[in-house]
Write a protein that binds this ligand. Structure first.
Ligand SMILES: NC(=O)N[C@@H](CC(=O)O)C(=O)O
Ligand SMILES: [Zn+2]
Length: 428
């Protein structure tokens, strides 16, 4: 079927200009057939009212919880939530039950994702068997089954020798390794960053647990020539280390989450599990360093680390509640409203960091809208203000510290390969 999208404004990623234009897409070939005025008739016309047309967002770090934790999220609920957030592709982490450490499990996730018919889901497989940190998985078999990267996210690989071997093998297969950098001998199960922890009388998770492991893995990636991707950077020394590594020519990319860009430990007004996330919300100095690193490109991409948990789990006492926040349905409006509108970054730069650069970093298709390219598109409304209401999320998780915040830039329409995977009530 051919679909014509009319009434939208296409963002030019080079100069930031917005041009009112039509786009013709085909859901059989999955590509953009034409961009321009007065395009030929189509099987279906979708009329927009000035929404901005952007390449679908790509998230390199989400948790879809299947198999094993379907009460938190399913691949279907997570992929639908992603589409509502403007995402056409998400890379899901392997800390499921069982963890994604075999080709069969990787294929299971891919099949479930296709059945969901929403955002594309790209599995990241475990570095170590059962995420136990003791022996490596079969990287070649996992890649052949469709894994796009390797990670033990949720945990750091504590054994540096094992991690060195992982980089050696990943390099041969050109597979990125996404690290959850946390030295457990330093982190010691701490919950909040030092300032909030001391103020509220809870255990401290020291920032060096993150930066020390990043330093180790930069050195290992340099020696082995592997692609190191650093997850959820949150502390100033980590930003400095990644900047240094890039200057040395190490193949390193890094992500920053919306919560580490917009919140600090000063935002934690009470010992509430809604603020419990790993890595923790850090100091204002750390937040500023992450923002500066994001603006100067040291931190390449935004990733949400969408980490849904049930209301019951998040209602537990702080020490017993799980780490994690949802983010997939709110990230673009939050960053549009709090970074683009105040003039900290341009719209096209934000889109580059949410669509184009994630695609480039992991060698994925998408990230730009062009004739002949994939028809992976989202249309965002930058004029209407909405209040973030977790009860309206398509995700099963409502654990967000941004409830009640106002934002603009919510998606009204998302297409994957020319098929509509999300449409709001505003679009006819
Ligand atoms: N970020 C979190 O606080 N939690 C994540 C794990 C992770 O990304 O480290 C989760 O799986 O819930
Ligand atoms: Zn993590």
């Amino acid at each position: 079927m051919k679909r014509k999208i009319t009434g939208g404004r296409l963002l030019n990623l080079t100069d930031g200009s917005l041009t009112k234009t039509e786009i013709l897409v085909d859901d059989v070939s999955g590509v953009v057939l034409a961009i321009g005025d007065d395009l030929p008739v189509a099987d279906e016309v979708i009329s927009l009212q000035g929404e901005v047309l952007l390449p679908g967002f790509i998230d390199l770090h989400v948790h879809l919880r299947e198999p094993g934790f379907e009460h938190k999220e399913t691949i279907q609920s997570g992929a639908r939530a992603a589409a509502a957030g403007g995402f056409t592709k998400v890379a899901c982490m392997p800390n499921t039950n069982p963890p994604l450490d075999t080709p069969e499990l990787v294929r299971y996730v891919r099949k479930k994702a296709i059945d969901a018919g929403a955002a594309g889901v790209l599995p990241i497989a475990c570095i170590t068997k059962n995420e136990a940190g003791e022996s490596l998985t079969d990287f070649a078999a996992l890649k052949a089954a469709g894994a796009i990267a390797l990670s033990d996210d949720g945990k750091g690989v504590q054994d540096g020798g094992l991690m060195r071997e992982a980089f050696v093998q990943a390099q041969k297969l050109s597979l990125p390794i996404s690290i959850h950098a946390e030295d457990e001998s330093i982190a010691r199960d701490g919950v909040f960053n030092e300032g909030a922890a001391l103020r509220l009388g809870v255990s401290i998770q020291h920032g060096e647990s993150e930066s020390a492991m990043i330093a180790r893995d930069i050195l290992l990636a340099e020696q082995t020539g592997a692609h190191l991707h650093v997850c959820h950077v949150s502390v100033e020394p980590a930003v400095a280390l990644i900047r240094w590594a890039k200057q040395r020519g190490v193949h390193v990319t890094a992500e920053v989450t919306p919560h580490h860009l917009l919140l600090s430990e000063a935002s934690i007004d009470r010992a509430d599990p809604v603020y419990k996330v790993n890595p923790p919300l850090r100091s204002e100095t750390d937040r500023q360093a992450c923002l500066a690193g994001f603006l100067d490109g040291t931190l390449d991409v935004v990733a949400t680390d969408h980490a849904p948990h049930s209301a019951e789990e998040k209602a537990r006492p702080l020490s017993a509640a799980p780490f994690g926040m949802v983010g997939i349905e709110t990230v673009f409006p939050l960053l549009y409203t709090h970074l683009v509108e105040p003039g900290l970054m341009s719209l096209q730069e934000l889109v580059l960091r949410m669509s184009t650069k994630p695609a480039l970093a992991f060698g994925l298709s998408g990230g730009v809208i062009r004739v002949g390219g994939p028809a992976d598109i989202t249309a965002v409304d930058v004029d209407t203000t909405h209040t973030i209401d977790p009860t309206k999320f398509l995700s099963k998780g409502t654990n967000t510290p941004f409830a009640g915040w106002q934002a603009r830039g919510f998606s009204n329409l998302t297409l994957l390969q020319g098929k509509v995977i999300y449409q709001s009530r505003e679009v006819k």
